[in-house]
Design a protein around this ligand. Structure first.
Ligand code: UT7
Length: 332
């Protein structure tokens, strides 16, 4: 059976930075509250002027991953995009990315799995490779949560941001690469985090005063989500390690979903791992949902945080509820 190797990573973030002090001017909040409760200092917000649609960000991240992988877009036979903020209800963001890349031989579709979208997409691709139906695939996580936020709701608008990350996965006979994926859902709890339908084909205006304050309907019950996030991330990390007969000492780097530094610290405490072994960038980008893990993975890769042969554990948790893991043996 072929193995799935990640052979390239890439990411793309909007140019515009929205700091906690910027947010102090539009909602009743403070840098002190946001930093202490979430660890977030700033986030990126997409802009029409900079041509930063969901498909644009996804394409830029993909081009970097493809360049690192040293493959041609024509060699891609599958493009799977995890997102809850596509530019349009249809066609999929994946088809728009396919067009921009000229990846003429790929089948392309999106996956909606909340903040676990990237790991769900990675799992689909890994299974297609194992089944022999795919040789080279592009997996993307991309979000523009700024387009569905209620900018008058301080309990959510300070937490989320925009960005994209991508990986190229290749079928090879050698061992290593994606060792396992585990996916979980609990639809009974969908109403802890949800959005009403809205065509996301819009951008946050350039100046804060112009931000459209019409309440879009992103609702989050933060506290119960927080407790479940810590518990489910810890549980699924343990399941991934036990499935691969590994302990936390065998894992070189943990790359968790970046929703809140306190959630990540809670997970690390449960797993008895030092924070030095956990990659975090939530302070720079906030919670970018499906984009958070591939964005963190690409930054960690480009910073040299993984060596060939290291075990890297990816864990996600989000709306649905969904949660997921993937254990990697790093091959780059
Ligand atoms: O991506 C996966 C899904 N998302 C998550 O997993 C997020 C999970 N939840 C969280 O990260 C945290 O629950 C939050 C960061 C959302 C909130 O932290 P918390 O420690 O759970 O605070 P809280 O919800 O209990 O709110 C505490 C207080 C409230 O005031 P009172 O009722 O104590 O007077 C809120 O009204 O903080 C108030 N508050 C704020 N104050 C200043 C809520 N948002 C803000 C704000 N600025 N932005």
């Amino acid at each position: 059976m072929p193995n799935s190797h990640i052979i390239g990573t890439g990411s793309s973030i909007p140019k515009r930075v929205l700091s906690n002090s910027d947010l102090e001017t539009i909602v009743d909040t403070s840098d002190e509250w946001i930093s202490r409760r979430s660890g977030i200092k700033e986030r990126r917000i997409s802009s029409k002027k900079e041509k930063e649609s969901t498909a644009d960000l996804a394409t830029r991240a993909s081009l970097k991953a493809i360049e690192m992988a040293n493959v041609s877009p024509e060699s891609l036979d599958l493009i799977v995009v995890g997102t809850v903020t596509p530019d349009r209800q249809f066609p999929s963001s994946a088809c728009m990315v396919q067009k921009e890349l000229n990846a003429a031989n790929a089948a392309a579709f999106d996956i909606s799995a909340g903040c676990s979208g990237f790991l769900y997409a990675l799992s689909v691709v890994d299974n297609a490779i194992s089944a022999g139906t795919c040789k080279t695939a592009l997996v993307v996580g991309v979000e523009r949560l700024s387009t569905i936020l209620n900018w008058e709701d301080r309990s959510t608008c300070v937490l989320l941001g925009d960005g994209a990350g991508a990986v190229v996965v290749s079928a090879v006979p050698e061992q290593g690469g994606i060792l396992s994926t585990h996916l979980k859902s609990d639809g009974h709890l969908w109403d802890l985090l949800y959005s009403s339908y809205r065509n996301g084909n819009s951008h946050t205006p350039e100046t804060l005063r112009e931000i459209d304050k019409k309440p879009f309907d992103l609702k989050m019950d933060g506290n119960p989500l927080f407790k479940r996030a810590v518990g489910y991330l810890s549980d699924i990390a343990r399941e991934a390690m036990s499935h691969n007969a590994l302990t936390s000492e065998d894992v070189g780097l943990f790359v968790p979903h970046q929703a809140n530094i306190r959630i990540i610290q809670g997970m690390a405490k449960n797993l008895r791992i030092p924070m030095e072994k956990v990659y975090t960038n939530v302070h720079k980008y906030g919670n970018t949902s499906s984009a958070s893990i591939p964005l963190a993975l690409d930054e960690a890769n480009r910073e040299g945080r993984m060596k060939t042969g290291d075990h890297v554990l990816l864990v996600a948790f989000g709306a649905g509820l969904t949660w997921a893991s993937s254990m990697l043996k790093w091959v780059l």
